[in-house]
Write a protein that binds this ligand. Structure first.
Ligand code: CXF
Ligand code: ZN
Length: 367
């Protein structure tokens, strides 16, 4: 069958929206009609090559849709089911899945985007095979994906809201609740108040943190941060963020600092903002070749902790339905995250808006 999709052929060139041939689902795969796809900074990182795929790739890893057809052996899903796409596959048998670290499943396959059997489902008009970002490629009208990437949701949730749970919400809230396990009364700094950073702020509210200090260089984002629950804001363009955060905590430093940009400079800032024995949590995806330099003796003598958080340490089928329940109870903001809707053809405009700091989240909607 045919599907229109957003494809990266060359780094730093406009993304090509074109019709591709999509193969039918094979064993344990599912065909999905996409309802919505969020536009995440990691999609842009694939365009720039900061997240590196070694060949042409169809974009998108934050989406939700409706099952159209299922392949042989699929027993847990039926046509008509609504699902969120997880950008990690739950193979269920590797060592990380058996350790309950599902988000670190050993089948994770960047910088490639094959299906689990090592073959492609997407081909362009010249017959060239096209990878699927994170094995899913949500910026496509239809997708064929492993059933192990699916999270079934109740049918009443709007797909454009559910889509956001596929990456940004789970990554941000999960970093606080699952990875760091922030305790009530904690002081928290969040560097970067974009689509994921706002969800770190929401996570800190849910964890009942006492102070939540948002740090950004864009006044617009700091205003949004306040709406999402930041108690204090620091414009890092106007003052030294380390000093400013220390000031809020009477010189001590925060219990937790979350870096949600993926920049070595701000990663070091996060480290320097935490108190002795505090924890810096790195959430932002840096360039795949970037390295960070830290004061090695200081790390030991102050017992600071530096930890990474990938996909909010989530177990997609456990955490994503819970996040939607919190939304339903009014305890998690999803509506307010969506700044603008786009058609698939507007993907390059969506990236330009993201780079200009215009959006909390842009969302591509399909018919
Ligand atoms: C990314 C990381 C690389 C693959 C897709 C998802 N993480 C979040 O945005
Ligand atoms: Zn993402």
């Amino acid at each position: 069958m045919k599907t229109r999709a957003a494809v990266v052929y060359e780094h730093n060139e406009p993304v090509v929206v074109e019709e591709l041939e999509l193969e039918e689902p094979k064993s344990n795969e599912v065909l999905i009609r996409t309802g919505a796809s969020g536009v995440c900074h990691s999609d842009l990182s694939v365009v720039t090559g900061a997240i590196y795929y070694n060949d042409a790739v169809a974009l998108g890893h934050e989406g939700a849709g409706t099952i159209e057809r299922v392949g042989d052996g699929v027993t847990d899903f039926c046509p008509g089911d609504r699902v969120i796409l997880s950008f990690v596959t739950y193979c269920g048998t590797c060592r990380m899945c058996l350790m309950d670290k599902v988000c670190l499943c050993e089948s994770y396959d960047v910088p490639r985007g094959f299906q689990l059997d090592g073959t492609y489902r997407l081909y362009n008009k010249s017959g060239k095979p096209i990878y699927q970002m994170a094995r899913i490629a949500t910026m496509s009208e239809y997708m064929v994906v492993p059933e192990q990437n699916l999270v079934k949701i109740a049918p009443h949730y709007p797909l454009e809201k559910a889509a956001l749970v596929g990456c940004g919400v789970t990554t941000g809230v999960g970093a606080v609740l699952n990875t760091a396990r922030v305790e009530p009364g904690s002081t928290v700094a969040v560097i970067g108040a974009g689509g994921v950073g706002l969800n770190v702020i929401q996570g800190a509210v849910l964890a009942r943190a006492e102070r939540i200090i948002a740090v950004d260089i864009a006044a617009k984002k700091l205003d949004l941060a306040k709406r999402f629950g930041a108690t204090d804001v620091v414009n890092a363009g106007a003052s030294d963020p380390i000093e400013a955060v220390r000031e809020v905590t009477a010189g001590l430093g925060v219990d937790y600092a979350f870096e949600v940009i993926g920049n070595p400079k701000t990663i070091v800032q996060a480290y320097r903002m935490v108190r002795a024995a505090g924890t810096a949590v790195i959430v932002g995806m840096a360039h795949h070749e970037a390295e960070v330099s830290l004061p090695a003796q200081h790390l030991v003598s102050t017992e600071r902790q530096l930890i990474g958080s990938f996909y909010g340490s989530c177990r997609p089928r456990v955490d994503m339905p819970k996040l939607l329940s919190l939304y339903e109870e009014g305890k998690l903001k999803l509506d307010e995250l969506i700044t603008r809707h786009y058609r698939l053809e507007q993907i390059n405009e969506a990236f330009a808006d993201m780079e200009a700091g215009e959006n909390a989240r842009g969302v591509i909607v399909f018919d």
